[in-house]
Design a protein around this ligand. Structure first.
Ligand code: GAL
Length: 717
């Protein structure tokens, strides 16, 4: 007994001594500060392989430090992490009004408190149960902190559902016979995780608000991706069995219809064998691949090719990679162990020979997510010794790692698609997509992607009617990849003639927005700020409870109520644009405008101020609003991302003076990482009479790569 007291005394003395220092130890875990507002907590014996260990990613600690210090709102003693039965039990405390976001790419919910999940890589099957394309075990709390449970295992989560008998904030005990307020799910003050491993590493992130927390998380993951400029143009994926001639005819059709086109995506038919794959060109459909890709490149159109991870016995890769593959096959193809250096070298050499070296711009990496009946089972073995479970959790991330490195070694940026991901991938040039085709849920996924360091595209495939077609085309033009995936349906942007004009308008708007989008992505890369993000991450939005203006007091004012509800259908693009998509069949929709004045993007007129507005469902254009003082740079719709310079139209909305740091670089190499970029200050002053004037400051000795001429346009009269 005496001994136990002694140990406790020593432990708490140590805690006291280390208070405010960089390391802190409790009886259950040890915490070391790694950067301003970031700590690494370890407990038990963490596994060698985790979500970050297999990736070539370096945390951007300097950028995190530049954000300044931030304190965690929970103490280390309040976080419980312990081992039992070879598993790790984790508990974070929850406060009464605390909200929890993140915990994987969910499609139906944004707020996660009250849900039970097993975070497991899979193809999303219609339920937010943790099985999804990016089950990132990272949560963000409205209290201003977040945590990554850095384990490549299937992780169980009870997000505010479990009740402990020793709870400090226990629910009220009620008698179901007599009390109508009895609840099947009593109040819970626990956020609990179970990791099937004898130890774990947890990275804790603090922040002044949730956006700061997310920024630190993204910077820890190596910062966000800066795609090549062409990646932000319009993408079209052709039907799977198209030949080179058919693709070129399709490209000519785009020109005839005056429709923008930056990337052509080839689906499985480009390959000699698919499911499993050879990664070699089919000689009947593409007899001269180099000339074909070259012809597209000459037109400034990039080529992206579909692959999956499973290797066909009919190709030249098979025998070379065979020793470095798992025990089980997928669609009769062998499964490379992407975590092994030997496998990586063989795969890179093959991919280089058949794609990179002939000018292919990147990949769509399919089928690395699920379903269970297709993929390797958890009893499979891999030559690296990594378990099948770990491989399932990181396979998509490993494929991203390898292909990113391949292009990086050539100092070329790539941009592509992937169907599974996890923590640590923010800096990889890949966007998630899937086969689940619900427009509304696609927007909810887009919102959720911003909490967990991944990108998501609500791609367009087909539609039952022209209204749905238009609405889907509109939203995809405000996503990380504006893409029509016609692999199965053969749809064209002009497939629904009665909305062709509007579809064309929004695709051209997408092209015009590239300078703005590129800057938003640069902010993702340099500062970790997600380019498309949840309203909950917007300053002045989440703080509804703190709105002190008189008219917003009172408990049942509609604004305060609206922001307290879960917002799943509107989002921010960059710092200044709020996008509120319309969905087919809707007669109207409401839009929550955060604090301050907001203006209509198209007309510059005042749309509302800290309020909920209603938009008519007949509105032809996608509703987009700009915050007061918002600056939006646009270039011509026909601008090509090939190094030519174009004049910019600089729009300013509202009456607030403001500045905007327009980013530019060569658009295609990694030289920006060595400082080869420019930030041009666009400034709008407003005098006492409300007259506005704009100025442009280019830092001494620098020039923009793509912009020449700046014309201010004050949208609000
Ligand atoms: C699916 C994928 C589609 C398309 C198709 C080709 O798995 O999600 O986008 O590429 O494979 O077979």
């Amino acid at each position: 007994m005496k001994n136990v007291t002694k140990i406790l005394l020593v432990v708490s003395l140590f805690s006291l001594l280390s208070c405010g220092e960089s390391a802190k130890k409790t009886s259950e875990h040890e915490t070391v500060k790694v950067a301003a507002g970031v700590w690494k907590l370890t407990s038990g014996t963490p596994e060698k392989v985790n979500l970050l260990s297999e990736l070539s990613v370096t945390p951007k600690l300097e950028a995190i430090d530049a954000m300044g210090e931030a304190e965690l709102p929970v103490t280390m003693d309040e976080i419980s992490v312990k081992q039992r039965d070879g598993k790790t039990y984790i508990r974070f405390p929850l406060e009464k009004d605390e909200k929890i976001f993140g915990l994987g790419l969910n499609f139906k919910t944004v707020e996660q408190r009250g849900r039970i999940m097993r975070l497991h890589v899979d193809h999303y099957a219609g339920k937010d149960d943790g099985r999804t394309h990016a089950p990132v075990p990272f949560f963000v709390s409205s209290r201003g902190y977040g945590a990554l449970i850095n384990s490549a295992r299937y992780i169980d989560v009870w997000a505010g559902t479990s009740v402990r008998k020793d709870s400090e904030n226990p629910p009220v005990v009620r008698d179901r016979n007599t009390d109508k307020d009895w609840e099947a799910q009593p109040y819970s003050d626990n956020l609990e995780f179970l990791v099937p491993a004898d130890g774990v590493e947890i990275i804790l992130f603090a922040g002044d608000d949730m956006l700061d927390v997310v920024r630190r998380f993204n910077l820890y993951n190596g910062g966000g991706v800066l795609p090549p400029k062409w990646g932000l143009g319009f993408w079209h994926r052709v039907p799977t069995l198209y030949s080179d001639k058919e693709v070129l005819a399709e490209v000519a059709d785009f020109e005839r219809h005056d429709f923008p086109l930056s990337v052509i995506g080839l689906e499985p038919g480009w390959m000699s064998r698919a499911y499993p794959c050879t990664y070699e060109w089919d000689s009947t459909r593409f007899p001269k691949p180099k000339e074909f890709v070259g012809a597209l490149n000459d037109k400034n159109i990039k080529t992206n090719v579909w692959i999956n991870g499973y290797v066909s016995p009919d190709g030249e890769l098979y025998s070379k990679i065979y020793p470095y593959t798992g025990s089980h096959t997928v669609w009769c193809g062998i499964v490379p162990d992407y975590s092994m250096k030997e496998a990586q070298d063989i795969l890179s050499a093959h991919f280089r020979k058949h794609q990179l070296d002939i000018g292919v711009s990147g990949y769509k990496m399919d089928e690395n997510d699920g379903f269970d009946s297709w993929l390797w089972p958890d009893v499979a073995e891999f030559p690296s010794g990594n378990s099948a479970e770990q491989m399932r959790q990181i396979y998509g991330a490993l494929m991203q790692n390898l292909t990113t490195k391949m292009y990086r070694d050539e100092n070329k940026r790539t941009y592509g698609l992937v169907r599974s991901s996890n923590a640590g991938t923010s800096s990889f040039p890949y966007v998630l997509y899937n086969d689940y085709y619900n427009h509304r849920d696609f927007i909810t996924a887009l919102i959720n992607s911003s909490f967990i360091g991944v990108l998501w595209t609500p791609e367009v495939r087909s539609s039952k009617n022209s209204e749905d077609w238009l609405r889907r085309m509109q939203t995809v033009c405000f996503s990380p990849v504006a893409m029509l995936n016609a692999w199965a349906d053969g749809t064209k942007p002009w497939s629904f003639p009665d909305v062709t004009e509007e579809v064309n308008d929004v695709a051209k708007l997408r092209m015009r927005l590239i300078p703005y989008l590129y800057t938003a992505f640069a902010d993702y890369a340099f500062y970790g700020t997600p380019p498309m993000r949840a309203m909950n991450l917007e300053k002045g939005y989440f703080a509804a409870d703190q709105i002190t203006k008189k008219e917003f007091d009172g408990t049942d004012n509609p604004y305060a109520m609206a922001v307290r509800r879960e917002v799943k259908d509107q989002f921010m693009v960059g710092d200044n644009l709020l996008v509120a998509p319309l969905f087919a069949g809707d007669k109207e929709r409401t839009v929550v405008l955060p604090e301050g004045k907001w203006y209509d993007f198209y007309t510059g007129e005042l749309a509302g101020e800290s309020e909920v507005i209603t938009v008519n469902g007949d509105t032809k254009r996608i509703p987009v609003y700009v915050k007061d003082g918002g600056i939006v740079p646009l270039w011509p719709a026909e601008a090509k991302t090939d190094g030519r310079k174009y004049p910019l139209e600089i729009r300013h909305y509202g009456f607030k003076p403001s500045t905007y740091e327009l980013y530019d670089d060569d658009g295609e190499t990694y030289d920006y990482e060595k400082g080869d970029y420019v930030r041009i200050t666009l400034k709008v002053d407003v005098d006492a009479d409300g007259n506005k004037s704009g100025s442009v400051t280019v830092p001494d000795g620098k020039t923009a790569w793509s912009y020449d001429g700046y014309d201010f346009r004050f949208m609000t009269k």
